[in-house]
Design a protein around this ligand. Structure first.
Ligand code: FMN
Length: 207
């Protein structure tokens, strides 16, 4: 009788080492995955923060309606997630007052700031500035119950789709319910400082 040859994929799987990188399946039982940091501490928060500082990003202010009035905070960790359905992501630190309101009400706004709005960004980041003072002198209108800065570069109002804690931040995913895109140049954050775009685009598009 002729011996049956096993398919290549099956043989490859059988020969794989017991420990080593494996594709993420999301449903491995705890401890079953290879953990290269098990016996070796990672690089540590300070070095990771130095790396994060090299990420160039836009600057946004996330707002929500709190029990005692509007709340808002400066957020650079905001990004697009999906076009169909339209989803945005904002990473908000654990204990933030704005995060509390976002969770409680289920609606929030994300404003992309213009380069002239650096003072606004600083004010909404200052831990010693009370919420009412952060909003003082700003032009806002109400969209789906959320305060919206009408003169930002662009804004969207989102319905909370998911909130998930990772480490000391919460990932807030929102479904875009309203959107407005204005004109101007974005305020940027890089190397722990505010920046603006210099010069024209390097190419006409992705290429
Ligand atoms: C440029 C800049 C970007 C920031 N980005 C974030 C961020 O992405 N997520 C976050 O949780 N805090 C971020 N912060 C800090 C918050 O704005 C700050 O902790 C704020 O006081 C929180 O307000 P709250 O506790 O009233 O909600 C940033 C601060 C600055 C200056």
């Amino acid at each position: 009788m002729t011996a049956r040859l096993r398919p290549v994929a099956e043989r490859t799987t059988a020969a794989a080492p017991a420990r080593g990188p494996r594709p993420w399946t999301g449903d491995d039982p705890a401890g079953a995955r290879w953990d290269p940091l098990r016996d070796e501490p990672g690089p540590g928060a300070a070095r990771c923060l130095a790396l994060y500082a090299k990420l160039a990003s836009g600057v946004t202010v996330v707002t929500a309606s709190g029990e005692d009035g509007p709340l808002g905070m400066t957020v650079s960790a905001a990004t697009s997630v999906s076009a169909r359905p339209p989803l945005l992501l904002a990473c908000l630190r654990d204990g933030s007052r704005t995060l509390g309101a976002v969770r409680a009400v289920g609606v929030f706004a994300v404003h992309l700031l213009r380069e002239e709005q650096r003072d606004l960004a600083a004010r909404f980041a200052s831990p010693t500035t009370p919420a009412a003072q952060r909003f003082a002198g700003t032009d806002t209108c109400d969209v789906l119950g959320v305060p919206v800065f009408t003169d930002s570069l662009a804004w969207s109002v989102c319905l909370v789709e998911d909130v998930r804690r990772y480490g000391d931040h919460h990932l807030v995913v929102g479904r875009v319910a309203a959107v407005h895109v204005g004109a101007g140049r974005p305020l940027l954050w890089h190397d722990r400082g505010f920046r603006s775009l210099a010069g024209p685009p390097m190419t006409d598009g992705a290429g």
